[in-house]
Design a protein around this ligand. Structure first.
Ligand SMILES: [Zn+2]
Ligand SMILES: [Zn+2]
Length: 321
């Protein structure tokens, strides 16, 4: 099958990659479309030391099991379902887990991907393929409200103007009216304003410790130090993005200002699908570029370009096998 693989030589397209062999409990999914995310860009720079087929944001067609023939999306953590963490509902933190396209599990930038049956969710007909590709990051954005009581937040700021920032800002703005987004790219910031969300250019930002909640979606080591300049004493910083580079930041403000720093990763797929069905998120026009799997190099170059928003591989459309 066709696949986009990462190894020590970087990201490259392979026309004859072996098809995945499903483990017990796994289902083969014919991939329809898959999106490039910031994590993929970080993996390509060495984050997690991953090698294998990339891609964890996808929609596809299940080939067997109860969802056979139906469009599905898949959660990315493949856990053991037996350890204490799994049994206490913390399967996303299973010490034995693999993670689709991120850690010891081949991903979805390919004609087929093997996903545990238990991780699959059926995609309702009213949700388009483009929207479905964004269910995984939307679930991650909705994880914030599982961890923080948003009703208590008066003033929030999201750092970053990219894909995940957009979904996080939309999620938070449903409960926090005083919210703004700070970023560097005028084109991207305009997308937030069209959603009714206030924006500030990074160069115009006045750093005062006035925000109850700061959400770092920068995908950069500069995010956390900036967040610590903006969060009020006893406020909360949520870190949504992972970066390959090491942070060099003074942690003293966390102690002095008694800041809560909350790491936040994967979220509830069920709620994301329900929110899309209810029309609570505007995901229109988020997909700006489409490529075939063969165009992997060009697609990864485009994904780091500030003019691009969501870059998607149309896998089924380009398939000739
Ligand atoms: Zn992702
Ligand atoms: Zn486990």
């Amino acid at each position: 099958m066709r696949a986009i693989c990462l190894d020590q030589n970087g990201v490259r397209f392979q026309s004859e990659h072996p098809s995945p062999i499903p483990l017990s409990g796994e289902v083969l999914v014919d991939v329809i479309a898959a999106g490039i995310c910031e994590t993929d860009l970080q993996l390509a720079q060495g984050y997690m030391g991953f090698s294998g087929v990339l891609g964890h944001e996808f929609v596809g067609m299940a080939t067997s099991g109860p969802f056979a023939g139906a469009r599905v999306v898949g959660e990315i953590n493949c856990n053991c379902r037996q350890c204490l963490r799994c049994q206490s509902g913390l399967g996303n933190h299973c010490a034995h887990r693999t993670v689709v396209g991120i850690h010891e599990h081949d991903g979805a930038f390919a004609d087929q991907v093997a996903i545990p049956q238990a991780s699959l969710h059926r995609v309702p007909d009213s949700v388009s393929d483009d929207q479905a590709v964004l269910i995984e990051p939307l679930a991650a954005a909705l994880q914030i409200q599982q961890q923080i009581e948003l009703a208590k937040i008066q003033k929030a700021i999201v750092l970053g103007d990219g894909r995940l920032a957009n979904l996080c800002a939309q999620a938070i703005s449903q409960q926090v009216k005083n919210i703004q987004v700070v970023g560097k790219h005028e084109l991207k910031l305009a997308r937030f304003r069209s959603l009714g969300i206030k924006t500030t250019q990074l160069s115009d930002l006045v750093c005062e410790k006035e925000f109850d909640l700061v959400v770092d979606c920068t995908g950069s080591v500069t995010g956390l130090p900036l967040a610590l300049q903006l969060v009020r004493p006893r406020g909360t910083v949520v870190m949504k993005t992972t970066v390959a580079a090491n942070h060099e930041v003074s942690l003293a403000p966390i102690v002095i200002d008694e800041i809560s720093v909350v790491g936040s990763r994967c979220g509830p797929f069920g709620l994301a699908i329900e929110s899309l069905q209810a029309g609570r998120f505007d995901l229109s026009n988020l997909v700006t570029h489409r490529f075939t799997l063969e165009e992997a190099t060009q697609a990864f170059h485009t994904a780091v370009d500030p003019s691009a928003f969501k870059v998607v591989f149309d896998v089924a459309r380009s398939s000739d096998i």
